[in-house]
Design a protein around this ligand. Structure first.
Ligand code: CU
Length: 192
């Protein structure tokens, strides 16, 4: 009986030590929240926002992907000559023990053609790919919010980000060949 009790105590002590070591490491690289807002109309891309907490080292977020969407791109809204415009983002810094935020009016995801099942489930499983020692991938389900309706559609971020700002300059039309830039097509054709 005695030896057994001692062993149990020893095991408990080991477990505690392991826990403390883990806590001592501080913040780990992680995706801690966010959401996707559907486009105002089905032919418009959805917009995604999220927050990444940095780990012990500086890393870069180099891609966000989703198997259940046709395409995901990282973008940044920037002001050029007083006009808000968008640029594709190749990577984004995640400072050690710091934060990276994709948020309204700044960095954001654009997501094309989310699978209907994912929309109905209300979440899109995504992979966040980072450059660090082992090209870490973090899986995170971003909840999907429906498109803003009524007044919100006119003032919401989806409308702001993706209709008032001129996405057509980003060559989306070339890759999409989609309805998104259909209105631009006649002008382009006329030029040729
Ligand atoms: Cu964009």
């Amino acid at each position: 009986m005695k030896p057994f009790a001692i062993l149990t105590l020893a095991a408990t002590a080991l477990t505690l030590t392991a826990c403390e070591k883990n806590l001592g490491k501080g913040q780990q690289l992680n995706v801690v929240g966010g959401y996707i807002q559907m486009g105002a109309t089905p032919d418009r891309p959805a917009v995604g926002y999220f927050t990444v907490e940095g780990g012990p080292r500086n890393v870069q977020l180099v891609a966000v992907t989703a198997d259940l969407a046709q395409r995901v791109e990282m973008h940044e809204s920037v002001k050029e000559n007083g006009v808000m415009t968008m640029k594709p983002l190749v990577s984004a810094d995640v400072p050690a023990n710091g934060k990276l935020q994709f948020k309204q009016g700044g960095k954001h995801l654009m997501i094309w053609n989310i699978n209907g099942a994912a929309v109905r489930a209300g979440k899109l499983p995504m992979q966040f790919v980072f450059t660090n020692n082992n090209n870490d991938r973090i899986l995170f389900d971003l909840p999907i919010k429906p498109a803003p309706g009524g007044e919100a559609a006119a003032t919401g971020e989806a409308a702001m980000d993706h209709s008032k700002m001129d996405h057509s300059k980003m060559d989306h039309g070339m890759k999409d060949g989609g309805a998104m830039d259909a209105e631009k097509a006649p002008a382009d054709a006329a030029k040729k």
